[in-house]
Design a protein around this ligand. Sequence first.
Ligand SMILES: [Zn+2]
Length: 165
Amino acid sequence: MKKVLYILTTTLFLTACQGQETNSTMGNADNTSFPVEKTEQEWKAQLSAEEYFVIRQKGTERPYTGEYNMHFDEGTYTCRGCDTPLFTSDSKFDSHCGWPSFDQGIAKGAILEKLDKTHGMMRTEIVCASCGGHLGHVFNDGPTATGLRYCVNSLSIDFKEEKEE
Ligand SMILES: [Zn+2]
């Protein structure tokens, strides 16, 4: 009798795990549609090989190599995939992590978050809400009031200098 119960419990546990797995996969669906849709051919034509690797294939540039890592001019950072404004220089800080870091997005809804379970970690991926381009990850260890650290690839963003009106 004990053995039967054990098997029953194990089966239930396994079923529960599988159920959970299915749910989070659905929440992290990669077939989300975005306002800016392009074919892979069009993305390849528009982006350099390394930009394509980061933005469309969720790659990561090597730390301390990006052009905006230690860049603190005043202006706006836009998506390199579709030119949508994503961050302002006011939210940028030096996180010493090797990638451009921001404590918040430029506006609510400009950046989407997705659960990322790759590389044996539980991380929150951030993507451009307009084109779905990969930006980096957001962490809860930010040193400023927001408590957030948006860790972004330089290759995913462009910089537009603040202009006098
Ligand atoms: Zn974009």
